[in-house]
Design a protein around this ligand. Structure first.
Ligand SMILES: CC(C)(COP(=O)(O)OP(=O)(O)OC[C@H]1O[C@@H](n2cnc3c(N)ncnc32)[C@H](O)[C@@H]1OP(=O)(O)O)[C@@H](O)C(=O)NCCC(=O)NCCS
Length: 198
């Protein structure tokens, strides 16, 4: 994923994550988030190109997830603050959630050998064509190159059977279950990079 891809990645995100928190924060916020992944030395991002050479899928994360959101938001705090004005006016309670990312950076697992896969999306018309699988494979390969031995991710436990089946099929194992302060029940998956079967 390069900075030039970010506008297309944001479009794919909005089309594939309907009703999710980051989507609610809007295209400006998402654009800062994915640009941050591109600029960070520890960022890992790939796009899946359609026949016209336009990104129709993406995966994004980092080889240093501990405190990643906090570092990102603090580095570009003014831009993030400006991008948040409209969503916060629409729904003031989102402030608490953004503040948690900044002030509780240990929410992500920490360790030199851990990578975090934060976001994966494929346009609805290309889902089921192995695009997601190829993106995850590229992510795991890159994490391995960066010296990581394990990758984690979280996804919703409820009304999300397709995504949970997708990760299980790719060899991820469900290691932990959690409930966010907003009451979302989450599944945490891990995969060891020595034994992944994709
Ligand atoms: C999740 C997502 C990225 C999967 O991408 P995809 O391109 O549709 O998936 P693939 O075609 O690569 O499927 C890979 C494997 O998972 C399996 N799989 C995919 N969807 C499945 C489902 N609903 N149930 C069971 N297995 C499924 C496929 O059969 C395939 O197995 P195979 O290799 O044996 O054929 C895509 O559906 C998506 O963008 N969803 C919306 C956004 C989202 O929820 N992202 C994840 C948030 S953490």
């Amino acid at each position: 994923m390069k900075v030039d891809d970010v506008a297309a990645v944001v479009r794919v995100h909005l089309a594939s994550f309907l009703g999710f928190f980051l989507s609610f924060l809007g295209p400006r916020f998402l654009s800062l988030f994915y640009s941050g992944i591109c600029f960070a030395p520890e960022g890992i991002g790939f796009v899946y190109l359609n026949n016209a050479g336009v990104p129709a899928g993406f995966v994004a994360g980092t080889s240093n997830p501990g405190g990643f959101y906090s570092r990102l938001l603090k580095r570009d705090w003014l831009k993030f603050a400006l991008a948040s004005i409209v969503p916060v006016l629409k729904k003031p309670s989102v402030i608490g959630r953004v503040a948690r990312a900044v002030y509780h950076p240990a929410d992500n697992p920490i360790g030199d050998d851990v990578a975090g896969l934060f976001s994966l999306g494929v346009l609805p018309e290309l889902q089921g064509t192995s695009a997601g699988k190829k993106l995850v494979r590229a992510f795991l390969d890159e994490a391995k190159k960066k010296g990581c031995t394990k990758v984690f991710l979280t996804t919703d436990r409820d009304n999300n059977g397709a995504v949970n089946s997708f990760y299980a099929k790719l060899g991820f194992s469900l290691e932990r279950q959690d409930v966010t302060p907003e009451g979302r029940r989450m599944n945490e998956y891990w995969i060891s990079l020595s034994g992944e079967v994709l």
